[in-house]
Ligand binder design. Structure first.
Ligand code: PEP
Length: 257
């Protein structure tokens, strides 16, 4: 039994308007009220435009809010960008960094991911650092080196690793939004690589307490099989999180939400 409590995080990506977000939050609250089991730890990362709506609608529910991205600088002439400081002031408790869509659609490199993770920690919010291999890298047997490199670079700018709160998400690129879920041995192996690497760079204690989520086509149908896999401390959920009831069912597969 893990000492880490599981965390379930909704990544809406560029979906749900502020009005739709309000409806989603009401449905989630209704589901939480009906739960007959302990409320799981939940997080939601809406688009920035819906952040304040979600903050107000989920006030007092215990669900934490976060953002999907931030800039590495605290302020400046970066039109269209938002800093970690701004997110902290808007009540964000976490921010995704290095999501594969940011890396592959927007060209973010490992160094930028590291600088953003450090900016989040400086601003007092938790970076949820996403790493994962592409399909061709897996086929070429490069998964361990890809994950190790991504994690090394993501933590490179964190000055006090031992006291930083952070979460990792293992998200194989080929499993995101494709309906293809990594199998148990692939997930177990990847999480063990990441945990081993954490021991090496951040020490035993940080490695023991840092949550490593799995992300990639998680649904209420497969969550029950994925949750007990060794080293999995919850999920980062994209598509299935757009419906509040399905999101809650991922966190509580046995509950009738
Ligand atoms: C994600 O966006 O992080 C993700 C895992 O998406 P999906 O659940 O849709 O695969």
């Amino acid at each position: 039994m893990s000492a880490r409590s599981p965390w379930y995080v909704a990544n809406w990506k560029m979906n749900l308007t502020p009005s739709a977000a309000r409806v989603w939050c009401e449905a989630l609250r209704a589901g939480l009220d009906r739960l007959q089991e302990p409320v799981p730890e939940l997080g939601v990362a809406p688009p920035l435009i819906a952040l304040d709506t979600v903050r107000q609608a989920l006030r007092g529910s215990g669900v934490v809010i976060g953002a999907q991205n931030c800039h590495a600088e605290a302020s400046g002439a970066f039109t269209g960008e938002v800093s970690a400081e701004m997110l902290a002031d808007a009540a964000c408790r976490f921010v995704l960094v290095g999501h594969s869509e940011r890396r592959h659609l927007f060209g973010e490199n490992d160094e930028e991911v590291g600088r953003k993770a450090a900016a989040a920690v400086r601003a007092g919010i938790e970076p949820l650092i996403c790493v994962g291999e592409k399909e061709e890298q897996r086929e070429a047997g490069q998964t361990p080196e890809v994950l190790s490199r991504q994690l090394d670079r993501a933590l490179e700018y964190l000055l006090d690793l031992r006291s930083a709160d952070l979460t990792l998400a293992y998200e194989p690129v080929w499993a995101i939004g494709t309906g293809r879920v990594a199998d148990a041995s692939q997930i177990e192996e990847a999480h063990a690589i990441l945990r081993g690497k954490l021991v090496e760079i951040a020490g035993e204690k940080t490695a023991r307490t840092t949550r490593i989520l799995y992300g990639g086509s998680v649904t209420p149908q497969n969550a029950e099989k994925l949750a007990p896999i060794e080293g999995v401390d919850g999920f980062l959920i994209g598509g299935a999180s757009l419906d509040a009831a399905r999101f809650l069912q991922v966190a509580c597969p046995r509950a009738r939400c």
